[in-house]
Design a protein around this ligand. Structure first.
Ligand SMILES: [Zn+2]
Length: 142
């Protein structure tokens, strides 16, 4: 969560590569109207680096909810599995949208565990998505 080691240039590059999308909930900062932040996919406390390969753009809520975690329980099997790694895995392989984009659903154990842990269908987000869908702004293109 802390960004002391991430330079301004690296931060800009992470934002550019992510096209302003949260790597997890897929909110778009131009829709939310707020700059997002740099997420250490593997937290520094667990050995994650400030290298671009470990950094991803994320909304503040996803970043704060995730904190130092890298694994969670798959609600289907109860087994602990790694969280979604947005730099090694494709969002579409692990999640899909249902109800025109109102809800993100996990397609895999990793996806299901990430949906639950990061609360990817938090009430405020679902309410916002309903408006974004009406406006044609959501789901974002992949
Ligand atoms: Zn998010």
């Amino acid at each position: 969560m802390t960004q002391m080691g991430v330079t301004r240039n690296v931060r800009s590059e992470v934002a550019r590569r992510s096209r302003g999308l949260c790597a997890y909930c897929r909110a778009q900062e131009t829709v939310v109207g707020m700059r997002f932040t740099v997420d250490h996919v593997i937290p520094r406390l667990l050995g994650g680096t400030d290298d671009l390969s470990n950094l991803r753009w994320a909304c503040w809520d996803c970043n704060l909810i995730k904190l130092g975690r890298i694994a969670a329980l798959d609600p289907l099997t109860g087994e602990q599995v790694p969280l979604f790694h947005p730099n090694h895995q494709a969002w579409e392989d692990h999640f899909c949208w249902v109800e025109s984009g109102r809800f993100a659903v996990g397609r895999t154990a990793v996806g299901r565990a990430t949906v639950v842990l990061l609360r990817l269908n938090r009430a405020v987000l679902v309410q916002a998505r309903e408006r974004w869908i009406e406006a044609g702004w959501h789901p974002p293109e992949t």
